[in-house]
Design a protein around this ligand. Structure first.
Ligand code: FMN
Length: 327
């Protein structure tokens, strides 16, 4: 069994975190439950949820599994009422992204939870370590959802060096066991994975989106540069990030005409709001990472966890065989 010290910190058997997949699409707790039951860490997103929905989601997840899980928040935007609700629920892990952790760390620790902070630069990692977080997820630009400009391959070893001895997870660009083995070689103690779990049986996003992921190439997952004209920006302390999405007609049309997007900001916002209400926002901006090119099936989440571990073990054994002692 592949195990690293961060497994003890997060209360899991294998060093894999399923990143939260929040947004205006159906959320079900089956994905997080399946991941946690398989020995990895499932996540509950709170994006666009009310405090009552967050309480219901966590109660449902606790009905489905006794294993640890993370509840996630971000600074796009940050909602203090949701934070109070999450603290009262005392999850094993609180994960935070898209902004400075600041004084949230003390309240999370007082609630007995582990603070898992996602960063996109070395400077953010240093500030998060200074603020007292327990685990850092270094997220590269390959990732689905919001990310910075630096690639996972370049970011992870720098963050590992900068925050040692804090455990680091590699996030962005990992969808199979070779990626997990590579993350360990970079000095990370595990991985945080989003896009691969979108194309899982339990994920509640529409089947068309899953099929598009399976048929997409990596270059079909592009940065949505005009997002500032469509979605609300980060609240105070937010990181500068830009989302990555599969190409759609909407993404192509406005990415190629940034000035027209700025001039049409209100119309674009209205179009997005209507789509969010209709449940069709994924047709405009289906947040997805570059690992779409590595994904060839929709599989049960537990199978994905088992595959990741088995493939990583094989890759690590094969790599060890490359080293010969000189005689
Ligand atoms: C559809 C989608 C929704 C996401 N929602 C959130 C979220 O609500 N909170 C968050 O911290 N990260 C969110 N992320 C980021 C993922 O949790 C994860 O960090 C990222 O997808 C990892 O990169 P990968 O896609 O290359 O695996 C989202 C990603 C996707 C693809």
């Amino acid at each position: 069994m592949l195990r690293t010290p961060v497994c003890g910190v997060l209360g899991i058997d294998v060093p894999i975190v399923q990143g939260p997949l929040g947004g205006p699409w159906r959320q079900s707790m089956e994905l997080a439950a399946a991941v946690s039951d398989a020995g990895a860490l499932g996540s509950v997103p709170t994006t666009l949820r009310t405090p009552a929905q967050v309480r219901e989601d966590v109660a449902r997840l606790r009905d489905l599994t006794d294993r640890p899980f993370a509840v996630n928040m971000t600074r796009r935007p940050f909602d203090p009422e949701i934070f109070d609700a999450v603290i009262a629920l005392a999850p094993r892990v609180f994960s935070f992204a898209l902004g400075e952790p600041g004084d949230l760390v003390a309240r999370v620790h007082d609630a007995g939870a582990v603070f898992l902070q996602q960063v996109t630069t070395v400077e953010q990692a240093l500030r998060a370590a200074e603020a007292g977080v327990d685990v850092i997820s270094a997220q590269g630009t390959e990732s689905g959802g919001f990310s910075g400009q630096v690639s996972t391959m370049a970011l992870v070893p720098q963050v590992v060096d900068a925050v040692r001895p804090l455990p680091v997870l590699a996030s962005g660009g990992v969808a199979d066991g070779r990626g997990l083995a590579a993350a360990l070689a970079l000095g990370a103690q595990g991985v945080n994975i989003g896009t691969r779990f979108l194309a899982s049986a339990e994920c509640a996003i529409p089947d068309e989106w899953k099929a598009d992921i399976v048929s997409a190439a990596s270059q079909d997952a592009v940065k949505v540069q005009f997002v500032e004209h469509v979605l609300p920006g980060p609240t105070e302390g937010g990181y500068e990030t830009v989302p990555r999405s599969l190409r759609t007609r909407f993404v192509e049309e406005w990415n190629s005409r940034p000035e027209a997007a700025a001039a049409s900001a209100e119309a674009l916002r209205n179009q997005m709001m209507t789509a969010m209400r209709d449940g069709t926002a994924y047709e405009l901006i289906p947040l997805t990472g570059q690992t779409a090119g590595l994904i060839h099936d929709v599989a049960p989440a537990a199978d994905l966890v088992h595959r990741l571990v088995a493939e990583a073990e094989t890759a690590l054994r094969d790599l060890a065989g490359l080293v010969r002692t000189t005689e």
